[in-house]
Design a protein around this ligand. Structure first.
Ligand SMILES: [Mn+2]
Length: 473
């Protein structure tokens, strides 16, 4: 039971909320008029002065798990705490005591006097205003974006980061829907590739018509927006063009490019920002976009374990009732194609492990994304800390590296090893290389010889560089 001592505005609001939640409550109030009002409203109320131990005893305080002192006067609160302390000793009880204070300076005193938690109204008000301020900011940004869009005539290119991920793709779609609500049509354009199966699944599920930067004449649009990217190095924005809009999130705010509307903030995902534009713009959207935005937030924050901010949490909470759980599940673990399974089978069969380094040559494949997936999958093998899978698609060899070894930066390592014969690079935990078949003397006509040459120049070379071959001897 919750025992509420003193039922002014704050106590009454609290009592209502607790009752809504189905909690058992009892109120002690001094003012007889208020007592009869509360009783009329169905609250279990006792009349009395809670600064007197006998009142507390008579009110059944021994059944209270929590006692809330909600008086507005600190002196009364302190006398209340004194009375509770006395009763606690007499009855051998130990409820959780929460006190209200008007002055933050009193908090320490009240805690020493037995309050487990002291709620200072000034602090609550400041916190609330601060929180609201963050929301105001999003509201202001939304109005600014609207004004910028109203000035745009013609078609806008929404440029995603190169090799766009779910955050980028869902944010791009959200901006295109937002823009079309204000009369601006757009194309979503990306550089690089939509490689990972998860990204392709998202594109398919949303039935998106994404344009590769090479397919379109990027100079020919009337307006430009950068989404989930704010540096020229990582997107297809043409050299001289100043974009109209930049919406991005990053730990370091980029000053590189100017724009009429620039919103770069330290939040976990760009999808968070776009969900707020849609919200404050009053724009309705379907459950597939809501699901995509939620998925974007989840992937970019690694399920709220990386760079997630307060705004990410509340935005996700607001999206939740709109999303399709089935679609979210499907996006999180997209079905694996028969071809991909076949490549994984080959990768398992021809894998060899030395000193925790697994290498595997899968030969010819239809789609090199399967090589990436095999590298991911085989990292789960016991004893493998690093995987390196390679195979041929068309006239190129694709190499995919993955590691959970914290001492290794696999992207750098692959760059060191393979950039002489192809292009290579990546992150600490994931790297890739593309090597033209021309780099080898052997051709596909003699597959066995070509595979042997690949093993020497790619697999063995990797083992040699990390020292796995020496350690075997
Ligand atoms: Mn992002």
């Amino acid at each position: 039971m919750y025992l509420i001592l003193g039922c002014g505005d704050v106590g009454f609001t609290l009592a209502k909320k607790l009752r809504e939640k189905g909690e058992a409550i009892r109120i002690i109030e001094k003012n007889p008029q208020k007592v009869s009002q509360l009783t009329e409203l169905g609250f279990d109320t006792a009349e009395g002065d809670f600064t007197k131990p006998e009142t507390l005893r008579d009110s059944g305080i021994e059944r209270a798990e929590v006692v809330l002192i909600m008086a507005s006067n600190s002196e009364v609160t302190e006398r209340g705490l004194g009375a509770i302390n006395q009763v606690k000793l007499d009855l051998g009880i130990d409820p959780i005591i929460i006190a209200r204070s008007t002055d933050t300076l009193e908090i320490t005193d009240m805690k020493e006097y037995g309050a487990a938690e002291v709620v200072a109204s000034s602090e609550v008000l400041a916190d609330f205003t601060h929180q609201k301020f963050q929301e105001f900011r999003e509201r202001i940004k939304e109005r600014q974006l609207r004004k910028v869009l109203e000035r745009i005539e013609g078609k806008m290119a929404i440029i995603l980061q190169d090799n766009p991920d779910p955050d980028s793709i869902s944010s791009g779609l959200a901006l295109s829907i937002y823009a079309s609500a204000f009369g601006v049509g757009s194309d979503m354009v990306y550089g690089g590739q939509i490689g990972h199966q998860q990204n392709r699944a998202l594109v398919n599920a949303l039935n998106l018509n994404l344009r590769g930067a090479k397919e379109v004449d990027l100079e020919n649009y009337d307006a430009y927006a950068l989404v989930d990217v704010s540096t020229r190095g990582n997107c297809a924005l043409p050299e001289k063009i100043k974009p109209n809009i930049i919406i991005d999130h990053h730990s370091v705010v980029s000053e590189e490019i100017e724009a009429d509307h620039k919103n770069i903030v330290k939040v976990g995902a760009t999808a968070t920002l776009l969900a707020n534009y849609l919200r404050y713009g009053g724009i309705e959207y379907d459950e597939s976009l809501a699901t995509a935005l939620a998925f974007g937030i989840l992937t970019d924050t690694l399920n709220f374990t990386r760079n997630a901010s307060h705004l990410d949490f509340i935005t996700f909470e607001q999206l939740l009732p709109l999303i399709s759980e089935d679609l979210l599940k499907e996006l999180q673990s997209p079905p694996v194609s028969a071809d991909t399974l076949e490549v994984i089978r080959k990768a398992i069969r021809s894998s060899r492990v030395k000193g925790g380094y697994l290498i595997s040559n899968v030969g010819e494949v239809k789609d090199h994304d399967a090589i990436t997936q095999a590298a991911d999958y085989l990292l789960r093998r016991e004893g493998a800390l690093t995987t390196l899978i390679y195979g041929i698609e068309g006239e190129k060899i694709y190499v995919s590296g993955r590691t959970k070894d914290v001492r290794l930066h696999i992207g750098k390592l692959m760059k060191d090893i393979y950039s002489k014969i192809g292009s290579a690079g990546g992150h600490p935990t994931a790297g890739g290389a593309t090597i033209p078949l021309d780099a080898f003397d052997e051709t596909k006509e003699n597959m066995q010889a070509l595979r042997g040459a690949m093993d020497r120049a790619i697999g063995r070379k990797f083992w040699e560089t990390v020292g796995a071959l020496k350690s075997e001897r």
